[in-house]
Design a protein around this ligand. Structure first.
Ligand SMILES: *Cc1c(COP(=O)(O)O)cnc(C)c1O
Length: 362
C-alpha cells in the first residue's frame, strides 16, 4: 500500500537567491525549507490527515498539553547529496523504531515505520533544492511528536501531532575535525534509573542545559554525565561516548538510562568489521582515569548524527583533568569517522545496506 500524503504547495517559495545564500553558509538549525509534513492522531481515529504543506507557524491553543507537561519526543537525521546529485538518508528505519520506543515511554502513540520513512521522503522530495552539496553539508531532518490536546488534566494526551521539518546544515567542524575538552558534571545527572534517559525527549535536553552552561563557563564544549552513583560513564547531553584501548578494543557504556545512538551503533559495527573488539558494558570513570595514566586508554570520542564523531582530548572537572586538552585526534576515531561519512556521502561501498535513496540523480 502506498501511503498517501495530501500536498498543498507553498505558493510563496523562498527566492532562489535567498535559498542559494542559505546553502552557501547554512550554519545549523537557523533556516528552514519551504514545506513541512504533518500527521495527526486522535484516540478515536488513530493516525490520519497525512499532509505536506507550506512551512509556517502552528496555531496552538495555550492549553495544549505539550506546553505544560512536556509530552514531546523527537528524532534527528540527515539527507546527504551525492556527487551525482541524488539524495540519500541513513538508516531511517532505526530512527523510526527509536521514535516508537520513545513514544512508548512518553505515553504517545507509535507511528508505523512506513509512515515515518515516507514522511521523510515526501519532505526531502519536495524540498530537494534545499539539500546542500559538497563538503560535509547536509539537510538536517527533524521529525517530532507533540501532545496537542487542549486539556490541563494530567494524563496522556488523546490528540497528538507528528511533524517533520528540515534545515540545511553546514559542516560541524568548519576547519577540520578538532578534538574538544568536555566537562564532567558532578552536580547533575541527565537521567536516573527508571526515568526517561533512553527516550529522545525534549525534557532530557531541558535538564542538560544548565550543566552545559557550566561546561561552557569552564572552557568545555559539552558536558559528560555519570550514573546516579557517580561511578560510571553515561553520555553527553546529546552524544554517546566511546573509549579506545591500546589493544584496539572499543568500550562504551551499556546502561538503561542512555540514548541508544544510531551513529554509535554504526561506528561500532564498522569497528567490528575492521577487526576491533567492541565491549558494551558499564564503564567506570576510574577506568578512564587509570587507563589514560597507564597508557591503556589511548582515545576517547563522542558520537551522534549532528557531528558524526568528535574526538575528546580531555575530560575536565574541578578535581582533575583526564587527558591532554591539546592532544590531536586519535587514529582510530579519525579512521572510523572517515569510513562512516564516506558511506553516508556515497564515496564508499555500503556493506550493510544502510543508505536509503530519496531522490534520483540529476
Ligand atoms: C540523539 C542523541 C544521541 C545520538 O544519537 P544518534 O542516533 O547517533 O544521533 C545520543 N545521546 C542523546 C542524549 C541523544 O539525544
Amino acid at each position: 500500500m502506498t501511503l498517501s500524503f495530501t500536498l498543498t504547495r507553498n505558493e510563496r517559495l523562498a527566492e532562489v537567491s535567498t535559498r542559494e545564500a542559505v546553502l552557501t553558509d547554512p550554519g545549523f538549525g537557523k533556516h528552514f525549507t519551504d514545506h513541512m509534513v504533518s500527521i495527526d492522531w486522535t484516540i478515536d481515529e488513530g493516525w490520519h490527515g497525512h499532509r505536506v504543506e507550506a512551512y509556517g507557524p502552528l496555531q496552538m491553543d495555550p492549553a495544549s498539553a505539550v506546553l505544560h507537561y512536556g509530552q514531546e519526543i523527537f528524532e534527528g537525521m540527515k539527507a546527504y547529496r551525492r556527487a551525482d546529485g541524488s539524495v540519500w538518508t541513513f538508516r531511517p528505519d532505526q530512527n523510526a523504531r527509536r521514535m516508537q520506543r520513545s513514544a512508548e515511554r512518553l505515553a504517545l502513540p507509535q507511528l508505523p515505520e512506513a509512515d515515518f520513512v515516507e514522511a521523510v521522503r515526501q519532505l526531502v522530495q519536495i524540498d530537494e533544492a534545499w539539500v546542500p552539496s559538497g563538503g560535509e553539508n547536509s539537510l538536517y531532518l527533524r521529525p517530532f511528536m507533540i501532545a496537542n490536546e487542549v486539556f490541563l488534566g494530567v494524563r496522556a494526551a488523546q490528540t497528538v501531532r507528528f511533524m517533520v521539518i528540515a534545515s540545511p546544515a553546514g559542516p560541524y567542524f568548519a576547519g577540520g575535525v578538532r578534538p574538544v575538552s568536555i566537562w564532567l558534571s558532578r552536580e547533575y545527572n541527565r537521567a536516573g534509573r527508571g526515568g526517561t534517559g533512553a527516550a529522545k525527549c525534549g525534557g532530557n535536553y531541558a535538564a542538560s542545559l544548565l550543566p552545559t552552561q557550566q561546561a561552557v563557563a569552564n572552557g568545555c564544549a559539552q558536558v559528560l554525565f555519570l550514573n546516579e552513583e557517580g561511578t560510571d560513564l553515561e553520555e553527553l547531553g546529546g552524544m554517546n561516548v566511546v573509549l579506545v584501548r591500546s589493544d584496539g578494543t572499543l568500550i562504551t557504556p551499556d546502561s538503561d538510562s542512555i540514548l541508544d545512538g544510531v551513529t554509535r551503533n554504526s561506528l561500532l559495527q564498522l569497528a567490528e568489521d575492521a577487526g576491533h573488539r567492541v565491549e558494551r558494558r558499564p564503564v567506570t570513570l576510574a577506568e578512564w582515569r587509570d587507563g589514560v595514566a597507564d597508557g591503556t586508554v589511548t582515545e576517547a570520542f563522542a558520537c551522534g548524527t549532528a557531528a558524526v564523531l568528535t574526538p575528546i582530548a580531555a575530560l575536565k572537572s574541578p578535581e582533575e583533568t583526564i587527558g591532554d586538552p591539546d592532544a590531536p585526534a586519535g587514529p582510530v576515531a579519525l579512521a572510523l569517522r572517515k569510513q562512516l561519512t564516506d558511506i553516508q556521502y556515497g564515496r564508499a561501498e555500503d556493506p550493510h545496506g544502510w543508505m536509503v535513496q530519496l531522490t534520483e540523480a540529476r
